[in-house]
Design a protein around this ligand. Sequence first.
Ligand code: GLP
Length: 248
Amino acid sequence: MKVYCTNNYEAMSRKAAAVMAAQIIAKPDCLLGLATGSTPIGLYQDLIAGCKQGDLDFSRVTTVNLDEYAGLPGTHDQSYRYFMDHNLFDHVNIDIANTNVPNGTAADPAQECERYEALLRKLGPADIQLLGMGRNGHIGFNEPGDAFIAPTHVVELTASTIDANARFFASRDEVPKKALTMGVGAIMRARRVLVVVSGEDKAQAVRDAFAGPITPQVPASILQLHPDVVLVGDKAALAGLLETGVKL
Ligand code: GLP
C-alpha cells in the first residue's frame, strides 16, 4: 500500500486527482470505478479543470459507479446518478452512454443487482477503483456485517450510515433505508484501488481498516489483501493510522 498524507482537503483532492489523471492519460479507454460522497467532490473538480484545460480526454473512458440508493430515481437530487452527472459527467467530454450506475428504481432490485454484476464482469476489472470510506468503515454501501459479500447486492443501511447521510436530506425519515451496492468482489478485482479520506471523523475507521484485523465488521479492512492500494488522506484522517507507524 502507498500512503500519501496531505495538509488539507484541497491538497488531498489534487493528489488523488493526479493519480486518476495519470490513469486516463496512460490508458485513454480505461474503465474507472467511481464513488460518491462529499470526499471525492474536490477530486472531481480537479478532473473537470484538467479536461477544460485540454489535458484530460474522457471521450473513450467508461465508468462504473459503486452504488445507488434503492427507490431514488436519477432525477432525485440525492440519487447517486444525479450526483455523478452534476459533479462530473455533465462537465467533461464523456459519452453518458458509457457511464454506469445501478438503477435505484428497478422493479426488482435483486434482478438489477444481477444485471449490474453481469455488466461488471463484461466490462472487466476496473483499471482504478475510487473509494471513499464511511465512518463505520464501509466501502460503497458494503456495511459492517458477519461476512464479506462478493457480488452486487441489496443492502439494509445501518443506523450510523443513515445518520451520517441524513445531512443531505430534508429529514432523517427521507433517507432511503436500502441501497444497491457493488460487492467487495468487483472492488477487489480492480487493478488499483484509490482510497480518499478527509477529516478527523474518519481517523478511527482508517486506522481500523488498514492497521486492524481483516474483518467484515470493518469492510474496508479487506483492502489489506489488495496488491495495489493507494491511500490519499489529509493529516486529520490519517492521524490514527500514522500513530501505528505505517510508512509513508
Ligand atoms: C456513502 C457512500 C460511500 C462513501 C460514504 C462516505 O455512504 N455510499 O461510497 O464513501 O458515503 O461519504 P463522505 O465522503 O461524504 O464522508
